[in-house]
Design a protein around this ligand. Structure first.
Ligand code: NAD
Length: 286
């Protein structure tokens, strides 16, 4: 297929690479020229504007940082992709922004899906992402082959915006686990127990998780190269807290995790990996 890809960052770049490997023709754009050059080196076509990435594409994927960037780019995608385009936004943004995009797209006769992902940079590289899709069933079916090139779990979770609500739920769970693994490390070290050995046991028992599996060694060694930046997790906790307010539910632990992530940012760790929540828990105990 001819695929336009906008937003070639930590996630978008390996995702576009996997589409190329699968034999698709990928035209990519990013505001960072280096990112565009990287795609060209992999055999894609790098272009200098979003509009050029949309021209002639059957599917356009956006993988942008946050809602404002999607609000800026989506109208161009819709305008220049009408009427035949299938537009799949895979960024993590506010559910209400995804619903706004879906309304704009419907007015122009463009099909659209919100399809945020979980699995991190590793999942993007290995094409093992978990993809939560909001939109119409027939459009999910049409996008299915392309989405299954990027991930191993692709689930249609409901109408427009539902993908983002599921992603908000994902992010509050991930943030909570990082907070608790950080507390476990601080407890083990303060008690004179080797945290590496301790977390190896946790990883094999009921407390086991992908986070413990993939991140326990780097956390113990205090290696916090992103990965997924604290700044982006702060954005996601804001989305989760707002979604809870809109749904009229109280999520006390989510509120606490949101404050820990905010503290990590306030302490200057915004560009570190979100496992750097450990720095906040350490500082509470310094
Ligand atoms: P990133 O900052 O590395 O990549 C975003 C890219 O978008 C950057 O290269 C940036 O230059 C580009 N960009 C910004 N504004 C643009 C515009 N107007 N037009 C074109 N390009 C523009 O971020 P990322 O880590 O790749 O995350 C992308 C999205 O995926 C975010 O919404 C994030 O929350 C989500 N996500 C990230 C991870 C992760 O582990 N990194 C995991 C799951 C979901």
């Amino acid at each position: 297929m001819r695929i336009g890809f906008i937003g070639l960052g930590i996630m978008g770049s390996p995702m576009a690479a996997n589409l190329l490997k699968a034999g698709h023709v990928v035209t990519g754009y990013d505001v960072s020229p280096q990112r565009v050059d990287q795609l060209a080196e992999l055999g894609g076509k790098g272009v200098a504007s979003a509009v050029e990435a949309v021209a002639g594409a059957e599917i356009v994927i956006t993988m942008l940082p946050d809602s404002p960037q999607v609000e800026e780019v989506a109208p161009l995608v819709i305008e220049y992709g009408r009427p035949k385009l299938l537009y799949v936004d895979m960024s993590t943004i506010k559910p209400e922004t995804s619903r706004w995009v879906a309304r704009k797209a419907a007015e122009a006769g463009v099909r659209t899906l919100d399809a945020p992902v979980s699995g991190g940079e590793r999942g993007a590289i290995d094409a093992t992402l978990s993809i939560m899709v909001g939109g119409a069933a027939e459009d999910v079916e049409a996008a299915g082959p392309v989405l299954r090139t990027l991930g191993t779990t692709v689930v249609h979770v409901g109408p427009a915006g539902a993908g983002q609500t599921v992603k908000a739920a994902n992010q509050l769970v991930v943030g909570g686990i990082y907070g608790l693994v950080s507390e476990a490390i601080v407890l083990l070290e303060a008690s004179g127990v080797d945290p590496g050995a301790g977390l190896d046991v946790l990883a094999g028992g009921l407390a086991g998780s992908r986070i413990l599996e993939l991140k326990r060694h780097t956390m113990v060694k205090r290696e916090f190269n992103p990965g997924f930046r604290i700044d982006l997790h702060h954005k996601d906790m804001g989305i989760a807290v707002a979604a809870a307010r809109e749904a009229g539910v109280s999520l006390p632990l989510t509120g606490q995790v949101a404050q820990l992530v905010a503290a990590a940012r306030a302490q200057g760790h915004g560009s570190l990996d979100h496992s750097a929540l450990l720095k906040v828990i350490e500082r509470l105990n310094a």
